[in-house]
Design a protein. Structure first.
Length: 324
């Protein structure tokens, strides 16, 4: 039998592990992700109080498979410390600060369903077990928020194209819309004076060709376990060449449409948050430049590393053809 070498996401070249934080990450990654140690892992990776029932090893898929595409396994930057990533979040349903991880533990995951509907020939409703049956893979992606902070995280999930194959959109389908879980009595969310005007539920959308691109991903996990609630358990969109706000969290509905759907931030402030929202260093946000970004680089939230922003977040070779 031929020996097939599948590179693992944590096999980063040494030169990328320059900072102390990256070194610690590397160790944690090895501890957390190797099939053997995770099988016997009783140790929470970051303090019991932050563990949630969602934050578990995914049963039945150990060891976790790496993406067959080696290009999706190297970010050219150190992996972000897991605790930092999990305590610096945008999730407006749970508050308008970055420190919402505790509040987000209110998200109820019992009996989760994801309805796929609209212009499709095979509408479907997936439960959690169905989602974990997709062929899962790990991908190490750069991640860029429109606010100019950035990170590198190992997602676990499946390409969005797998859903396209399952539900078969009709020829009329031109867009896909994602809707996040929302219950006003549970998620609360910020109330900005003079009133509660945020257009919840959070909703985002892509052109169907963007969804079909190899890079477009649905994550069910991160750092080798299921998604913590603050990262958008149990299913969130990851579109790494676009600003982070395109990646709706805690998705309950996926809908195919013939016209361009409204989206949350674009509805709130169309001049600042475009529908397309590709990472483009030369296109400034009205209130700040996008030429540079601050990488959450090491052991403290206050140690930011400033680096240049890359066009399409460095993924031009995969997505450039979408934008002639
Ligand atoms: N439902 C929902 N999804 C959301 C958001 C949100 O407020 N609500 N924020 C978005 C923004 S602005 C970013 S940068 C990312 C942050 O993802 P992270 O907290 O997992 O890093 O989630 C995106 N998805
Ligand atoms: Mo963001």
């Amino acid at each position: 039998m031929p020996f097939i070498h599948i590179p693992q996401p944590w096999q980063l070249p040494e030169r990328e592990a320059t900072s102390e934080g990256a070194f610690l990450n590397r160790r944690r990654f090895l501890q957390g992700l190797s099939g053997i140690s995770i099988a016997g892992a009783a140790l929470p990776l970051w303090g019991c109080e932050q563990q949630s029932e969602a934050d578990q090893p995914i049963i039945g898929v150990q060891p976790l498979p790496a993406s067959p595409n080696a290009d999706f396994l190297q970010a050219g930057r150190p992996i972000t410390n897991e605790t930092l990533a999990a305590t610096h979040n945008n999730f407006y349903e749970y508050g308008s600060s970055k420190n919402i991880w505790k509040n987000a533990q209110k998200l109820p995951l019992e009996d989760w369903k994801v309805e796929v509907t609209g212009l499709v020939s095979q509408p479907r409703t997936y439960d959690l077990a169905d989602l974990y049956k997709f062929p899962l893979e790990q991908r190490l992606y750069r991640f860029r928020c429109v606010e100019a902070w950035a990170m590198v995280v190992p997602w676990l999930g499946f390409p969005m194209s797998a859903i396209l194959k399952d539900v078969e959109p009709t020829p009329q389908a031109k867009f896909v819309r994602f809707t996040s879980y929302y219950d006003r009595t549970i998620t609360k969310g910020p109330i900005f004076p003079p009133g509660d005007f945020l257009p919840f539920p959070y909703h985002e959308a892509l052109r169907i060709e963007e969804m079909a691109n190899d890079l477009a991903f649905f994550a069910v996990g991160i750092y080798g376990h299921t998604l913590p609630k603050q990262h958008g358990a149990p299913l969130r969109a990851v579109i790494p060449w676009k600003y982070g706000f395109k990646g709706a969290k805690s998705i309950v509905k996926i809908e195919f449409t013939d016209t361009q759907p409204e989206t949350f931030w674009n509805t709130l402030s169309p001049g600042e948050y475009k529908f397309e929202a590709n990472v483009e260093p030369e296109v400034a946000h009205p209130r700040w430049s996008q030429r540079k970004e601050r990488l959450i680089a090491s052991g403290s939230q206050f140690e930011w590393k400033e680096i240049p922003t890359l066009l399409y977040n460095g993924y031009g070779e995969f997505v450039g053809n979408l934008y002639g």
